[in-house]
Design a protein around this ligand. Structure first.
Ligand code: ATR
Length: 282
């Protein structure tokens, strides 16, 4: 029996068990994927004794991603770039290894949904927000060869620090001028929490947008955020946040259970059903 888990504090609302247990069942694996509530103070000890708890690895969610990164003995470049880890596993010497699969999840979903997102290769990519998710996505675009990345963030200092960490291809823009971004961008990504549970507004209209601009949101509740709705209404290609959640789970599952799983429509529909049921309950 192979056991993996997701740790967080709280952990009740994690959707990861739905995804991994679907794959376990579908692939006929003798395994389990469980939720484990771990308080921040207990996280280093829990992770250091992952094997004693019977786990081959785990996912990590808020607020433990930075602690997990610091606790790990081996850190993949993906985790180093973000300074946080969401996927942990033990290597053949039982050393705790950390990766961050948000970059893979976002870029794979983008490539799958909008293969021509690079456009003319000249237009900038715009990222709204400068938190952990923003860092993972900036890293992904830089790895894909993007030369101009514009960061808009409410708190300028956070954007400045992010740009400093990633170098000269990343430029900090004024949050109050984010309205200008659709005119020139090849891709716009919302990594802020604005729009989550239909609260707040990014106040971006797509009236004069570059017609090839691909608009992405990493928020997936609701699935169609106000940003995506506005972009779609102007005929732009949109990419929702759910695909990132599904694809980021793939590398961890493969490491723990030894089979690379597929992100299918069946899985997507299963998670959507769960999200809708949860919304009705609240
Ligand atoms: P994550 O690690 O998931 O990216 P985070 O580090 O909490 O989460 O980052 C949240 C992002 O949403 C930040 O860019 C934050 O902006 P600040 O750096 O100014 O806090 C942004 N954000 C959250 N609420 C916002 C709001 N009401 N207006 C503008 N930006 C907001």
């Amino acid at each position: 029996m192979i056991r993996a888990c997701v740790i967080g504090w709280p952990i009740k609302h994690s959707r990861s068990p739905i995804i991994h247990n679907h794959w376990i069942k579908h692939l006929g694996i003798e395994g389990s994927y469980e939720k484990q509530a771990v308080a921040p103070d207990d996280a280093p000890q829990f992770l250091a004794s992952l094997k004693d708890h019977g786990f081959v690895g785990c996912n990590v969610t808020v607020p433990l991603k930075e602690i997990a990164f610091q606790t790990a003995q081996i850190k993949e470049p993906s985790a180093m770039a973000v300074g946080a880890a969401n996927t942990l596993w033990l290597d053949d010497q039982d050393r705790l290894c950390a990766g961050n699969t948000d970059t893979y999840g976002f870029m794979t979903h983008l490539e799958t949904s909008a293969p021509k997102w690079q456009g003319d290769n000249q237009s900038p990519v715009t990222i709204l927000g400068a938190g952990g998710a923003s860092r993972a996505i900036v890293y992904g675009f830089l790895k894909a060869g993007v030369k101009h990345i514009h960061i808009y963030n409410r708190t300028p200092q956070r954007a400045i620090e992010l740009a400093k960490a990633f170098g000269e291809n990343v430029e900090v823009k004024n949050w109050d001028q984010r309205q200008e971004s659709p005119q020139q961008s090849a891709v716009i990504v919302n990594t802020t929490t604005i729009g989550m549970n239909a609260t707040g507004s990014l106040d971006i209209d797509f009236k004069n947008a570059n017609p090839n601009c691909v608009v992405c949101d990493i928020v997936y509740v609701p699935l169609e955020t106000e940003l995506l709705k506005n972009a779609k209404a102007k005929g732009l290609k949109t990419v929702d946040g759910l695909g990132m959640l599904l694809h980021q789970a793939v590398p961890g599952f493969e490491k723990w259970f030894g089979i690379r799983p597929q992100v299918t429509t069946e899985l997507r529909d299963l998670v959507i059903k769960n999200l809708m049921a949860e919304q009705q309950e609240s």
